[in-house]
Design a protein. Structure first.
Length: 249
């Protein structure tokens, strides 16, 4: 697939197949920063986990893009991280142009179809966090958007695991996609963030008990202080989201 990499206004952008869709962005003087707003929302799962024990958690990102989600989890949060990407050229671009570190020291990039990866028996009950961000060049709809796929994701989670899903596309049926997430994952809590300027809607599905309001508020304060992410705003958004902070049912 044709890959275009351009630098403008201090940003490096990744585009695929000659389409205008931006598949990822990196700020050249702050490469580990989360530049796109939806990418920040993808880390809403942090509120469901003990942020002082992230080094003991395992995270996998399905769809590499420009590597922003993986770089942040590995380099900033210090988490053991796996990224799964179907296109070898995208992996090469991330290594050569987007400062994705080589495998090792808790990081591994797998060249594979994410659908096959989550079906593998060796990945059952293996991960604490899944980040689903897989799109083709045309971005008509999410490429991983079936109830069966989400069931396989659920099987990959350890107890109390969380899934973050980026939803966008010309032909996206948001309500239907969220319904498939609920049916496949059977989460205890679902947060649906409002769309960002680019149209992305991030859904956080937590498959465990929901922390109390005091715990969420304390974690939000820690996340803001430690990593500069607007976690208190996430809570405000979540409270306005369908099914937020309550059991899925």
């Amino acid at each position: 697939m044709n890959i275009a990499i351009t630098d403008a206004d201090g940003l490096r952008l990744l585009q695929l197949g000659g389409t205008p869709w931006c598949q990822g962005a990196m700020r050249l003087d702050a490469p580990d920063q989360l530049e796109l707003e939806y990418a920040v929302h993808m880390f809403g799962w942090l509120l469901f986990h003990d942020v002082d024990r992230l080094e003991g958690k395992r995270l996998v990102t399905l769809g590499l893009g420009a590597g922003s989600l993986t770089r942040f989890a590995h380099r900033v949060l210090g988490m053991p991280s796996v990224a799964v990407e179907i296109d070898a050229d995208v992996i090469d671009a991330c290594r050569t142009h987007f400062l994705l570190p080589p495998d090792g020291d808790g990081l591994r990039v797998v060249h594979a179809d994410a659908r096959d990866f989550v079906r593998q028996a060796r990945n059952r009950r293996r991960f604490d966090v899944l980040q689903v961000d897989a799109y083709d060049a045309w971005v008509d709809r999410p490429v991983l958007d079936t109830e069966a796929f989400h069931r396989d994701c659920r099987a990959c989670l350890r107890e109390g695991g969380t899934v973050a899903v980026n939803l966008i596309g010309h032909a996206l049926d948001l309500q239907a996609s969220v319904a498939r997430i609920r049916a496949g994952l059977q989460p205890g809590t679902v947060w649906q963030f409002p769309p960002v300027d680019g149209g992305n809607v991030v859904v956080i599905a937590h498959c465990g008990d929901t922390p109390g309001e005091d715990v969420l508020a304390a974690r939000a304060a820690t996340i803001e202080r430690r990593w500069g992410l607007a976690a208190s705003e996430w809570l405000a958004m979540a409270r306005r989201s369908p099914g937020a902070l309550q059991a899925n049912g």
